[in-house]
Design a protein around this ligand. Structure first.
Ligand SMILES: [Cu+2]
Length: 168
């Protein structure tokens, strides 16, 4: 083969590889968007099973979900709602003692944003404590599809996680 022919074959292979990569990327995005309800924020278990809303929660705005776990009432509100992939989302978590309703202000909270069933780069906004058991972070959902929000709560040396799902 001449050097010129080798060059042409190489370029043709490169074009095929690029086309295959773009098709895989497209199917990745289509898979994530299939059957995702936009919004639909709700509490789930670690494996994504929906959890009941605690009886004490009453009527919630649609941007807010709540669950009871390990003696804590954990509520999460998202703004804007539904979130978008094009600008950052405000995450507001409120912690209260499930038995007494007293706000819990001495926890450290971080978030771990993942997409069930697909690898995404680490996305872990750290929450800043505010007044009366409220904690705030802003973070970015980097693509459309179903996201799982892990709220990691550390208090008095004990760590527990609670989970919420939301669709973009
Ligand atoms: Cu993804």
């Amino acid at each position: 083969m001449t050097k010129k022919l080798v060059g042409v074959v190489f370029i043709v292979l490169l074009v095929f590889a690029a086309a295959a990569f773009m098709m895989m990327r497209r199917s990745h995005m289509m898979g994530a968007m299939a059957q995702v309800k936009v919004g639909d924020l709700h509490a789930v278990t670690a494996s994504g099973t929906p959890m009941p809303v605690p009886a004490s929660a009453g009527e919630l705005p649609e941007n807010t979900a709540i669950q009871e776990s390990g003696g804590l009432l954990v509520s999460l509100a998202l703004n804007p709602y539904p979130p978008t992939g094009s600008k950052s989302t405000d995450f507001d978590v409120t912690l209260a003692d499930a038995a007494t309703g007293q706000p819990i202000a001495d926890a450290a909270i971080s978030l771990d944003l993942t997409m069930p069933g697909m690898y995404m780069p680490p996305n872990k906004p750290v929450m800043e404590p505010g007044q009366a058991g409220k904690y705030h972070a802003s973070g970015l959902f980097t693509m459309r599809g179903l996201w799982r929000i892990e709220v990691i709560i550390t208090r008095a040396g004990q760590t527990q996680s609670v989970f919420f799902d939301v669709g973009l």
